[in-house]
Design a protein around this ligand. Structure first.
Ligand code: AMP
Length: 187
């Protein structure tokens, strides 16, 4: 089963992905985590993306697409993909379709966790204290939310026509969101 979790930063994609990994024995693909690791290990890519990431901007599609390609084509992960934070642009969504077709896979569920800006700001301020992420400063949070709203609309339009697309109120309690997801995936 391949699943996409879609929604603004702080919507709870990471939390629900971790639950889905346990439930479906899948693999979480968090492009945010992958990119943060590139920075942490000071790779060439890390040096190229550090400013954009700290500014709350999106990393280029080319870089992100390249990083996820090997995961999608990994036979151990086939049909066990839980996407957290990817795709985030129409180019990425189309690229994902291509990779999935080439590897004889498809997306089974797209869950859109919809949350308003005020809730996001409150949640990320809390996460900042717990996780100490450098892109969780208030200004960056607002930029990340606005970037998300401006650039992900076409992605939402792309997926919302599919019968496997489900919008969930992401401002609900974590367990409530999990329960809703469970009713759809039925595992
Ligand atoms: P996240 O952990 O998903 O909130 O992502 C943190 C940051 O990583 C984002 O603000 C972007 O700078 C970058 N990022 C993560 N995923 C993507 C993606 N799919 N495309 C472009 N940039 C991304």
């Amino acid at each position: 089963m391949n699943i996409i979790l879609f929604g603004p930063p702080g919507a709870g994609k990471g939390t629900q992905s971790k639950y889905l990994v346990q439930k479906t024995k899948g693999y979480q693909i968090s492009t945010g985590d992958i990119l943060r690791d590139e920075i942490k290990y000071e790779t060439d890519i890390g040096k190229m993306i550090i400013n954009d990431m700290n500014d709350g901007k999106f990393v280029s599609d080319d870089i992100v697409n390249k990083l996820i390609k090997k995961i999608i084509f990994d036979p151990d992960k086939k049909n066990k993909l839980i996407f957290d934070g990817y795709p985030r642009s129409l180019t990425q969504a189309k690229n994902l379709e291509l990779f999935l077709n080439e590897s004889s896979q498809k997306i089974d569920f797209v869950f859109f966790l919809n949350v308003n800006k005020e809730t996001i700001i409150k949640r990320i301020e809390k996460r900042k204290i717990l996780e100490k992420r450098s892109d969780d400063e208030l200004n960056t949070i607002i930029k990340r939310y606005d970037t998300y709203m401006n650039t992900t609309k076409p992605v939402l339009d792309f997926y919302s026509k599919n019968p496997n697309f489900y919008e969930i109120d992401g401002s609900s309690e974590i367990v409530e969101i999990t329960r809703k997801i469970e009713t759809f995936i039925n595992v």
